[in-house]
Every structure is written in C-alpha cells, then in structure tokens.
Design a binder for this molecule. Structure first.
Ligand SMILES: [Cu+2]
Length: 149
C-alpha cells in the first residue's frame, strides 16, 4: 500500500466518521423530538370525557343575517376551538368571547372583523364557567358558552 493510498484511506475514513457523527447527532435530535412529542400528551393529562382527544373540543357556529345560528354552546374545560362561518356576503362579523354573562366581562378571545363569506377559527383555553359571545359589529348576535368542569 502506498503512502498516498493510505492517506486517501484516512481521508475517506475521516469523512465517513464525520458523517457517522452527524448522523448520530441527527438521530439524537430526532429521538429528543419523539420524546418531546411523547411527553406532550402525558404532561397535559388524560382528556376529559367528551373531548376530541388532545386537540380539545371544536364547536361550529354560523353567522347568517347578522345573528349566530346557535345562542347556546357547551364544551368541557380545556382547549376550545370555535369555527365561525360567516355566510353574510359583504357583511363584516367576528366572534368575541367574554367571561361572565355579558360583554362587560374580561375578554378571553376574539377574531378580527371580516366580511363574509368567510370562515374564522378561535382557539381558547378556558376554565369551567359561564362565558358570553357576540359579534362586536352586531351585538344582538350573541349567546352563552357554558364550560363544564
Ligand atoms: Cu356581525
């Protein structure tokens, strides 16, 4: 074996070694990612009965003729996603959720005002209690969200 061949061999080995180390680092990062993903649901606890798994609860509501089609919503405490479909062409609506029984309570989530036809998604993490929702532009479009323990 010539010295040049040995040097080439060493270079190849060195490069391969670097690749192996890089792959090992990538594998470690991937393993951490899997661990983090595995830890996520475990630390958030078992989902309460009636929820759609770890994604929480999704509620659909429609705004039509400047009123909501549902004046009463119920969901278990935790992550609650409200999907609002605005079917009023050219009319701006949103959804704004307050703690308590009217719009004087603390705001806990809202979507921007947007002209229909449109669909909006509002995700909140709520504790058990009574909440009020309305369209800020048309406050007669409103209702009560009951969050159960
Ligand atoms: Cu409105």
């Amino acid at each position: 074996m010539s010295a040049a061949a040995a040097a080439d061999g060493a270079m190849v080995t060195g490069a391969a070694g670097r690749w192996r180390r890089l792959l090992a680092v990538l594998a470690a990062i991937a393993a951490l990612g899997v661990l983090a993903a595995a830890c996520g649901p475990a630390t958030s606890g078992a989902p309460a009965a009636g929820t759609a798994g770890n994604g929480g609860t999704t509620i659909r509501i429609t705004t039509r003729k400047s009123v909501f089609d549902r004046r009463s919503l119920t969901a278990p405490a935790g992550t609650i996603t409200i999907k609002v479909e605005n079917r009023d062409k050219g009319i701006p609506h949103n959804i704004h959720v307050f703690k308590g029984t009217d719009a004087s309570g603390t705001s806990v989530g809202m979507t921007p005002m947007s002209q229909g036809p449109d669909a909006q998604v509002l995700t909140m993490t709520l504790q058990a209690g009574t909440y009020f929702y309305q369209c800020d532009m048309h406050p007669t479009a409103n209702g009560t969200l009951t969050v159960t323990p």
